[in-house]
Design a protein around this ligand. Structure first.
Ligand code: SAM
Length: 226
Protein backbone atom coordinates (compact mmCIF):
# COMPACT_ATOMS: atom_id res chain seq x y z
CA UNK A 1 0.00 0.00 0.00
CA UNK A 2 1.26 3.48 -0.85
CA UNK A 3 2.30 5.75 2.00
CA UNK A 4 2.34 9.50 2.27
CA UNK A 5 4.51 10.52 5.25
CA UNK A 6 4.11 14.05 6.52
CA UNK A 7 7.51 14.74 8.04
CA UNK A 8 8.29 17.59 10.46
CA UNK A 9 11.76 19.10 10.01
CA UNK A 10 13.83 21.62 12.03
CA UNK A 11 12.80 25.28 12.33
CA UNK A 12 16.43 26.40 12.44
CA UNK A 13 18.78 24.13 14.34
CA UNK A 14 19.35 21.10 12.09
CA UNK A 15 19.80 18.84 15.12
CA UNK A 16 16.09 19.19 15.85
CA UNK A 17 14.96 16.19 13.86
CA UNK A 18 13.66 12.87 15.10
CA UNK A 19 15.31 9.51 14.45
CA UNK A 20 12.09 8.40 12.80
CA UNK A 21 12.07 11.42 10.47
CA UNK A 22 15.62 10.60 9.33
CA UNK A 23 14.72 6.95 8.72
CA UNK A 24 11.53 7.81 6.81
CA UNK A 25 13.33 10.38 4.64
CA UNK A 26 15.94 7.71 3.82
CA UNK A 27 13.38 4.99 3.10
CA UNK A 28 10.96 7.10 1.03
CA UNK A 29 11.03 6.83 -2.78
CA UNK A 30 10.76 10.57 -3.13
CA UNK A 31 10.74 13.66 -0.89
CA UNK A 32 8.35 16.46 -1.86
CA UNK A 33 9.83 19.80 -0.79
CA UNK A 34 8.53 23.35 -0.67
CA UNK A 35 12.00 24.43 -1.85
CA UNK A 36 14.40 21.65 -2.82
CA UNK A 37 17.45 23.88 -2.12
CA UNK A 38 16.36 24.48 1.48
CA UNK A 39 15.68 20.80 2.14
CA UNK A 40 18.96 19.76 0.50
CA UNK A 41 20.92 21.24 3.45
CA UNK A 42 19.05 18.95 5.80
CA UNK A 43 19.28 15.87 3.57
CA UNK A 44 23.02 16.39 3.06
CA UNK A 45 23.64 16.71 6.80
CA UNK A 46 22.08 13.29 7.39
CA UNK A 47 23.44 11.61 4.23
CA UNK A 48 19.98 11.18 2.78
CA UNK A 49 20.17 10.54 -0.95
CA UNK A 50 16.44 10.22 -1.67
CA UNK A 51 15.40 12.11 -4.83
CA UNK A 52 13.48 15.33 -4.24
CA UNK A 53 10.69 17.06 -6.13
CA UNK A 54 9.23 20.51 -5.64
CA UNK A 55 5.71 20.77 -4.25
CA UNK A 56 4.40 24.12 -3.12
CA UNK A 57 1.40 26.42 -3.26
CA UNK A 58 2.09 27.06 -6.97
CA UNK A 59 2.24 23.41 -8.03
CA UNK A 60 0.15 22.81 -11.14
CA UNK A 61 -2.56 20.15 -11.57
CA UNK A 62 -0.08 18.28 -13.80
CA UNK A 63 2.45 18.16 -10.96
CA UNK A 64 -0.28 17.00 -8.59
CA UNK A 65 -1.20 14.24 -11.07
CA UNK A 66 2.43 13.09 -11.02
CA UNK A 67 2.21 12.73 -7.24
CA UNK A 68 -1.08 10.82 -7.50
CA UNK A 69 0.56 8.47 -10.08
CA UNK A 70 3.45 7.76 -7.74
CA UNK A 71 0.99 6.90 -4.98
CA UNK A 72 -1.07 4.81 -7.42
CA UNK A 73 2.10 2.82 -8.14
CA UNK A 74 2.39 2.09 -4.41
CA UNK A 75 5.35 4.38 -3.84
CA UNK A 76 6.36 5.85 -0.48
CA UNK A 77 6.15 9.64 -0.74
CA UNK A 78 7.44 11.94 2.03
CA UNK A 79 6.34 15.56 2.28
CA UNK A 80 8.38 18.22 4.08
CA UNK A 81 8.07 21.99 4.20
CA UNK A 82 10.94 24.48 4.43
CA UNK A 83 10.71 24.33 8.22
CA UNK A 84 8.62 22.78 10.95
CA UNK A 85 5.46 20.79 10.53
CA UNK A 86 3.91 20.65 7.06
CA UNK A 87 0.38 21.97 7.11
CA UNK A 88 0.99 24.55 9.85
CA UNK A 89 0.73 27.74 7.75
CA UNK A 90 2.36 26.18 4.69
CA UNK A 91 1.16 24.25 1.62
CA UNK A 92 1.18 20.81 3.26
CA UNK A 93 -2.47 20.69 4.20
CA UNK A 94 -3.54 21.20 0.61
CA UNK A 95 -1.80 18.05 -0.63
CA UNK A 96 -3.04 15.93 2.26
CA UNK A 97 -6.59 17.11 1.53
CA UNK A 98 -6.23 16.31 -2.17
CA UNK A 99 -4.79 12.85 -1.54
CA UNK A 100 -7.48 11.99 1.02
CA UNK A 101 -10.18 13.05 -1.42
CA UNK A 102 -8.70 11.42 -4.51
CA UNK A 103 -7.12 8.21 -3.20
CA UNK A 104 -8.88 7.81 0.12
CA UNK A 105 -8.22 4.42 1.60
CA UNK A 106 -5.66 3.42 -1.01
CA UNK A 107 -2.97 5.48 0.73
CA UNK A 108 -1.75 5.39 4.31
CA UNK A 109 -1.18 8.96 5.42
CA UNK A 110 1.10 9.05 8.45
CA UNK A 111 2.36 11.89 10.62
CA UNK A 112 6.04 11.97 11.56
CA UNK A 113 5.72 14.65 14.25
CA UNK A 114 8.42 17.06 15.33
CA UNK A 115 9.22 20.75 15.57
CA UNK A 116 6.94 23.66 14.87
CA UNK A 117 7.57 27.34 15.53
CA UNK A 118 4.11 27.40 17.12
CA UNK A 119 4.84 24.85 19.84
CA UNK A 120 8.43 26.05 20.31
CA UNK A 121 7.25 29.60 21.08
CA UNK A 122 4.40 28.46 23.32
CA UNK A 123 6.71 26.16 25.28
CA UNK A 124 8.97 29.01 26.40
CA UNK A 125 6.37 31.75 26.76
CA UNK A 126 5.55 31.21 30.42
CA UNK A 127 2.08 32.59 29.66
CA UNK A 128 -1.06 30.92 30.89
CA UNK A 129 -2.01 28.75 27.92
CA UNK A 130 -4.64 26.25 29.02
CA UNK A 131 -6.19 27.06 25.66
CA UNK A 132 -5.18 29.36 22.86
CA UNK A 133 -6.18 30.44 19.37
CA UNK A 134 -3.75 30.08 16.49
CA UNK A 135 -4.28 32.47 13.58
CA UNK A 136 -1.21 31.68 11.48
CA UNK A 137 -0.39 34.63 9.19
CA UNK A 138 -2.93 37.44 9.33
CA UNK A 139 -4.27 38.50 5.92
CA UNK A 140 -2.31 41.47 4.60
CA UNK A 141 -5.32 43.63 3.77
CA UNK A 142 -8.90 42.39 3.72
CA UNK A 143 -9.98 41.04 7.09
CA UNK A 144 -6.85 42.14 8.94
CA UNK A 145 -8.58 44.83 10.97
CA UNK A 146 -11.45 42.49 11.89
CA UNK A 147 -8.94 39.97 13.24
CA UNK A 148 -7.21 42.67 15.31
CA UNK A 149 -10.58 43.45 16.87
CA UNK A 150 -11.11 39.75 17.59
CA UNK A 151 -7.66 39.49 19.19
CA UNK A 152 -8.37 42.53 21.39
CA UNK A 153 -11.59 40.90 22.61
CA UNK A 154 -10.24 37.38 22.97
CA UNK A 155 -10.15 35.94 26.47
CA UNK A 156 -7.81 33.26 25.20
CA UNK A 157 -4.19 33.83 24.25
CA UNK A 158 -3.75 34.33 20.51
CA UNK A 159 -0.72 33.13 18.54
CA UNK A 160 0.25 34.34 15.10
CA UNK A 161 3.10 34.23 12.64
CA UNK A 162 4.41 37.60 11.49
CA UNK A 163 6.95 38.81 8.95
CA UNK A 164 9.75 41.30 9.71
CA UNK A 165 8.13 43.71 7.24
CA UNK A 166 4.95 43.98 9.27
CA UNK A 167 6.04 43.37 12.87
CA UNK A 168 6.40 47.07 13.74
CA UNK A 169 3.02 47.96 12.24
CA UNK A 170 1.41 45.05 14.06
CA UNK A 171 2.90 46.16 17.38
CA UNK A 172 1.68 49.72 16.73
CA UNK A 173 -1.83 48.37 16.21
CA UNK A 174 -1.60 46.26 19.37
CA UNK A 175 -0.37 49.30 21.34
CA UNK A 176 -3.41 51.22 20.14
CA UNK A 177 -6.06 48.52 20.48
CA UNK A 178 -4.85 46.43 23.42
CA UNK A 179 -2.29 48.46 25.43
CA UNK A 180 -2.84 46.43 28.61
CA UNK A 181 -2.16 42.98 27.14
CA UNK A 182 1.11 41.10 27.49
CA UNK A 183 2.71 40.42 24.14
CA UNK A 184 5.50 37.86 23.72
CA UNK A 185 7.69 37.43 20.68
CA UNK A 186 9.88 34.47 19.82
CA UNK A 187 12.34 35.45 17.10
CA UNK A 188 14.69 33.16 15.17
CA UNK A 189 13.91 30.32 17.56
CA UNK A 190 16.58 27.59 17.75
CA UNK A 191 18.91 29.69 15.56
CA UNK A 192 22.09 31.59 16.46
CA UNK A 193 20.28 34.91 17.04
CA UNK A 194 17.35 33.35 18.89
CA UNK A 195 15.57 35.64 21.31
CA UNK A 196 12.39 35.85 23.32
CA UNK A 197 11.00 39.18 24.53
CA UNK A 198 7.78 40.06 26.28
CA UNK A 199 6.03 43.09 27.72
CA UNK A 200 3.32 45.50 26.65
CA UNK A 201 3.05 46.25 22.93
CA UNK A 202 4.45 49.72 23.67
CA UNK A 203 7.50 48.27 25.42
CA UNK A 204 8.18 45.85 22.59
CA UNK A 205 7.74 48.62 20.06
CA UNK A 206 10.31 50.73 21.90
CA UNK A 207 12.66 47.72 22.02
CA UNK A 208 12.49 46.99 18.30
CA UNK A 209 12.73 50.67 17.35
CA UNK A 210 15.88 50.91 19.51
CA UNK A 211 17.28 47.73 17.89
CA UNK A 212 16.50 47.91 14.17
CA UNK A 213 18.98 45.07 13.56
CA UNK A 214 16.50 42.78 15.34
CA UNK A 215 13.64 43.60 13.00
CA UNK A 216 14.61 40.70 10.80
CA UNK A 217 14.24 36.95 10.70
CA UNK A 218 11.22 34.92 11.69
CA UNK A 219 8.70 35.85 14.36
CA UNK A 220 6.04 34.13 16.41
CA UNK A 221 3.81 36.58 18.30
CA UNK A 222 1.72 35.60 21.31
CA UNK A 223 -0.88 37.93 22.80
CA UNK A 224 -1.67 36.87 26.35
CA UNK A 225 -5.31 36.18 27.25
CA UNK A 226 -7.55 38.59 29.14
N1 SAM B 1 5.30 24.94 9.17
C1 SAM B 1 6.03 25.85 10.01
C2 SAM B 1 5.86 25.47 11.47
O1 SAM B 1 5.48 24.35 11.77
O2 SAM B 1 6.14 26.30 12.33
C3 SAM B 1 5.63 27.29 9.74
C4 SAM B 1 5.75 27.69 8.31
S1 SAM B 1 5.35 29.37 7.98
C5 SAM B 1 5.47 29.39 6.23
C6 SAM B 1 6.80 30.25 8.41
C7 SAM B 1 6.59 31.15 9.63
O3 SAM B 1 6.76 30.38 10.81
C8 SAM B 1 7.62 32.26 9.74
O4 SAM B 1 7.27 33.40 8.96
C9 SAM B 1 7.58 32.57 11.21
O5 SAM B 1 6.47 33.37 11.54
C10 SAM B 1 7.39 31.16 11.79
N2 SAM B 1 8.71 30.55 12.06
C11 SAM B 1 9.31 29.55 11.38
N3 SAM B 1 10.52 29.28 11.92
C12 SAM B 1 10.66 30.12 12.97
C13 SAM B 1 11.69 30.32 13.93
N4 SAM B 1 12.82 29.61 13.90
N5 SAM B 1 11.51 31.27 14.87
C14 SAM B 1 10.39 32.02 14.90
N6 SAM B 1 9.37 31.87 14.02
C15 SAM B 1 9.51 30.93 13.07
Amino acid sequence: MATLSIVATPIGNLEDITLRAIRVLKEADIVLCEDTRVTKHLLDKYDIATPTMRYDAHSTPTQQERIFSLLDEGKHVALVSDAGTPGISDPGTHLVGLVRKRLGEEVTIEAIPGPSALTAALSISGLSLASFIFLGFLPQKKGRQTLFTEIARSERAVVLYESPHRIIKTLETFAEMMPERTVAIGRELTKIHEEFVSGSADELLAYFIAHPDKVRGEFVVIVGGL
